[in-house]
Each structure stands twice: as C-alpha cells, then as structure tokens.
Design a protein around this ligand. Sequence first.
Ligand SMILES: Cc1cc2nc3c(=O)[nH]c(=O)nc-3n(C[C@H](O)[C@H](O)[C@H](O)COP(=O)(O)OP(=O)(O)OC[C@H]3O[C@@H](n4cnc5c(N)ncnc54)[C@H](O)[C@@H]3O)c2cc1C
Length: 416
Amino acid sequence: MSSAPAVASEIFDVAIVGGGPVGATLGALLVRARPQALRVLLLERDLPDLAEPIDARDLRVFALSRASERVLRVAGAWSTLAAAQDVLAPYERMHVWPRDAAPRSEGSLTFDAAELGEANLGYIVGNDALQRATLAAFIEAGGKLLRAQLDDMDFGAAGVELVTHAGRFTAKLVVGADGGRSRVREIAGLGVEAQDYLQLAIVANVKSERPHEGTAWQRFSGEGTLALLPLASGESSIVWSLPRVRAEALLAAAPHEFASELTTASAGVLGALELASLRRSFPLRRVSAPEYTRERCALVGDAAHIVHPLAGQGVNLGLLDAAALAEVLEAAGCEGEDPGALRVLRRYERWRKSDNELMATALDLFNRFLAFGGDEWSRWVERGLGVVGRSALLRRPFAERALGLAGELPRVARRA
Ligand SMILES: Cc1cc2nc3c(=O)[nH]c(=O)nc-3n(C[C@H](O)[C@H](O)[C@H](O)COP(=O)(O)OP(=O)(O)OC[C@H]3O[C@@H](n4cnc5c(N)ncnc54)[C@H](O)[C@@H]3O)c2cc1C
C-alpha cells in the first residue's frame, strides 16, 4: 500500500478507478512523467496482498506484445516481472492453422522471431503477476493507492467528487479503468454497445506429451478457437473459445474425457494433453463505448472496449490506451492545460478509438470466417491464410500487428 494515506481534502490531478493491469500502468506512467509528474489516486476494490511473492501459476494468462513490454518497462513494472522466477515465458514462434489444414502444412501460418530479427515474439504472463507488478510500480513511483470501491461521482465545473466507502475524494479528471462492467462509464453516462458472442472461453493449464517448443499454437477448429500458450514450467495454458452449450458440456465432463476432446481439438500437435489445473470459463462479449471521454472523464482498457480473446489482444490494447492517455496528459501539463478539459481528452479518444475498433472488427471477422467457417467465404479466407503463410513479404505486416508495432504508437511503445 501507499506509504502516505490518501487525504480526502487533497485535490488530485487524476483519480483512476480500477487497479487492474491497465489502470495501474496508467497510474505508474503518470506519476513517473517528467518534468511534470501528476498527483494520482488509484482506487481498487479487490486489492491483492502485495507483500506476497509473485506466483507464476495463474489460470488467466496474457500474451504480451513487444509494445506492451516497452510500456511496462517505462512504467517500472518490467523489472519486477523479470526478477520473479518463471513468471515471464518468452515465445519464439506462433503457429496458426485452420480446420482443414494440418499443423505445419502449406495451409498454415507461422511467425518466427528469428525471421523478424527479434529475440522473441512476446511473453506469456499471468494476470495476477502483471497486476501486482504494475501496482508495485505505481506505489514505488509515489502514487497513492487505496482499497476502496467507487460508489458514485459528482461532476462539477472544476473537478469530480468520487464517493467511496473509504471517503470522498476530489480530482480534476477521473479515469475509468474498472473493467467491462465499468461503474465510471455508467455514472458518467458514456453508454455502451455490446454484442454477446454466445461463447465461453475455457482456460486451464495442461501438460503435453511433447514439448511446446516455445511456440504459441492456435487452431481455428470449425467449432471455435483453441490457443495453447507456452508456460515457463513446460506446461501450456489453453484458451478454448466455444459455443456456450458445447463449452458447458466440456466443463462438466470428467477430466480424462475433457483431455481427450482437447487433444482432438488440438489435432494432436503436442501429442496427448492432460489437465494440470482446474478449468475456469469466461463469457465472451464485444463491448465498445461509443465515446471514451466527456468533460473530466476518460475510459481506458476493458472499460472502453472488450474484444474477442482469439488473438490475445485485450490487455495489449489497454496498455496502449494507458500509454496514449499518459502522453496526452503529459503534453497538456507542459502547456498548462487542465487535464480534465474535454478538448485535451478528445485527443486521446481520437488517437485510440479507431485503432481499437479496427482490431475488434478484424477479430470479429476471424471469429466468423476462421473459427466457425464452413461456407464459401470461409474457404476463401482459409486459402488466404495459406497464401500469407507462404510469403515472407505478406507475413511481415501481420507479424508487426502481432508484435503490437503497427499503427500510431505512443512514444513509450516505440522502438528505442
Ligand atoms: C479468456 C480470456 C483470455 C484472454 N487472453 C488475453 C491475452 O492473451 N492477451 C491479452 O492482451 N488479453 C487477453 N484477454 C483480455 C484481458 O483479460 C483484458 O483485456 C484485461 O484483463 C483488461 O484489463 P483492465 O485492467 O482494463 O481491466 P480488469 O483487469 O478487469 O481490471 C479492472 C479492475 O477494476 C476494479 N474495479 C471494478 N469496479 C470497481 C469499482 N467500482 N471501484 C474500484 N475498483 C473497481 C476491479 O476489481 C479490477 O481489478 C483475455 C480475456 C479473456 C476473457
């Protein structure tokens, strides 16, 4: 926790609601901003015990892009992750193949770090480890962290009053980093457009007969998508997105039946698979806030957008939101502008919204034509995947996307 408790009479430049990976990273970037560090309050209702050592085992993992790695380095969180044993698992290859192609066949697509002149394509990391490392970076930089739930807000001309059970706090700007069911978004009246994919993602850790080869494997199976993400322990983390009824049946199946179905769905790419953990599931929705900002309020991460997890982009997009908003606020601070002014916040919205929408739409199309497929259009898309797979030139822009290095990047995410 913060060394000095937050004082209700203090006026903060920014209050961030939600100390998930995105909110905590934004806080750490803002407090570290030079020459003008901002006074930042971070509210999190379910604070993990930060005194506990970081645990490598987590059912919910992320594939962090190169851009995210850079943002986390500047935020001061990367060194904590790198110092913890077995927490960061680099992956050197990504192999994607559709239903009717065999893995490693002509119809598949492989990205190889060596071919791109990179040491790896990214890192697999657990949600818990990432949250703790980013919260620790925020506190270390002098931010004020409070275990509190936001209940209500009053928007005034000069600031926002945040109502929590731990007291009332005032800030010039409130940022909603409070996830898909954002209370900030709701109270601020920012609205939401949601589409239910009618799917569940099953997550679990598995042991495999053959080594994972530091490769992220992804199969579009015709009934959904299965990703096998390599962990430092030698196990793999699965994200298996399926229609709800099918997923529920698999969640209820005995472990050996589940493992047998999973091995079939993976086309045996790693040999026989065996459950090494409990199974958890997440309902899948696409969510977008039509507006990310209003006077004295901005949304970042899942509070602004939730995308299909089939390409593992959610937290990566959120970290780019955090970096972009921090850059906009830093520049505004240098010009003496009010961080809560709508004209300042709109710069952030214009920057990030189109990029996030583009990714969400691309993932919708992958889900529609590759994960399920079956029609003529899908066969064309599958053939297209094979064509891209056979050409180093065509693979390059897709690889840049996967590394998170495409589009207009915030300064801290660019190549050093
Ligand atoms: C199955 C699955 C697999 C995924 N895999 C990947 C992947 O490989 N790569 C990737 O990039 N993304 C992935 N994602 C997406 C990723 O999980 C999210 O994008 C990411 O967790 C969003 O982070 P966030 O900080 O915005 O929100 P969250 O992590 O949801 O954090 C929000 C925080 O706000 C707090 N909060 C909420 N309300 C309040 C309140 N009123 N007051 C105070 N605090 C509050 C919550 O306690 C929480 O800590 C996956 C998602 C799913 C479902």
